[in-house]
Design a protein around this ligand. Structure first.
Ligand SMILES: C[S@@+](CC[C@H](N)C(=O)[O-])C[C@H]1O[C@@H](n2cnc3c(N)ncnc32)[C@H](O)[C@@H]1O
Length: 283
């Protein structure tokens, strides 16, 4: 696989430095970072632009349950699991992101429900005690680590027989991939791994961004001891970037004129987020 050749040699320190420089979604609000107003706006913007997240995470379902979140970033989903009554262990590689996530838990009075741990998902059991969780959740994370199969292989030991695993990784056959290759890559499809990584995030230059087909993700899950019970593709970002940065939601012309049923059909076929719900394969 060409992607592995490109990304495997990236060090975990490079990945951490990238996310410490600009934690994910940190500019989702112009309000002072760390305030309630800031966190409220970050959440509103995230779920406005990515409305499939609450559907995927099913926050209320985990009330009173134990949730292990891999790659919590600044904690938007973490807070929602806790707010709905779950007990959450949330890990991330980026200390800077965790600092903000911890402050967020404090602002909402949810500190007693969340344990934050700085950890590399590829060696999770070095940092997180091996105990069973009811939900293992990771949204947009495992494709950013140099050796994702190592991170996936860590998960089974945190599962009991009824554990649910929910993972989102980026989709290869996505509108966004085509858009990046045409806009920035000048059609260099043979260098797709490099171009996609460079422009996959809000901050240019992500050192590692794998993309997967449904078949590849299924195989990765099976190799890690999980069977996918539901897989679907979602999310096309339809807004003009310049306006979006100014907190205005103006769609690019071709999406503005597209009927919503067609846009939705495109999202379900060529979306950027490949979401999987899986269960452990019984031993
Ligand atoms: C795109 S952000 C997603 C954050 C969060 N899940 C969300 O949806 O807002 C990716 C996150 O993955 C984390 N990450 C990348 N590689 C990791 C690793 N090996 N172990 C733990 N976290 C990692 C980054 O630090 C970053 O916070």
């Amino acid at each position: 696989m060409r992607q592995a050749k490109v990304f495997e040699r990236v060090t975990i320190e490079e990945v951490q430095a990238y996310w410490d420089r600009r934690p994910c979604n940190i500019r989702h609000s112009p309000k002072p970072i760390g305030t309630k107003e800031y966190f409220d706006e970050v959440e509103a913007r995230k779920y406005f632009v990515e409305p499939h997240i609450p559907r995927f995470a099913e926050f209320p379902r985990w009330k009173g349950k134990r949730v292990l979140e891999i790659g919590c970033g600044i904690g938007t989903d973490t807070i929602n699991f806790a707010r709905h009554g779950a007990y959450v262990t949330a890990v991330d590689l980026s200390e800077k992101s965790l600092e903000i996530a911890r402050q967020r838990a404090k602002v909402y009075g949810l500190e007693d429900r969340i344990t934050f741990i700085q950890a590399n998902a590829e060696e999770l059991d070095r940092y997180v005690p091996v105990e069973p969780y009811d939900l293992i959740y990771s949204f947009g994370v495992l494709h950013h680590t140099p050796k994702p199969e190592r991170a996936f292989a860590q998960l089974r030991q945190y599962a009991h027989s009824d554990t649910v695993l929910k993972v989102m990784v980026y989709h290869r056959y996505a509108w966004k991939v085509l858009w990046i290759l045409l806009k920035y890559g000048k059609g260099q499809f043979w260098k797709a791994a490099e171009w996609v990584a460079r422009y996959s995030e809000a901050q240019e230059g992500s050192p590692v961004t794998y993309t997967y087909t449904t078949k590849e993700l299924k195989a990765l899950l099976a190799h890690a001891g999980f069977k996918a019970v539901e897989m679907w593709v979602d999310h096309i970002f339809p807004y003009r970037i310049a306006d979006y940065k100014q907190y205005r939601y103006v769609k690019v012309w071709y999406f503005r004129w597209m009927p919503s049923w067609l846009f939705r059909a495109l999202e379900r076929r060529f979306g950027w987020h490949l979401c999987a719900t899986a269960i452990p394969i019984s031993r």
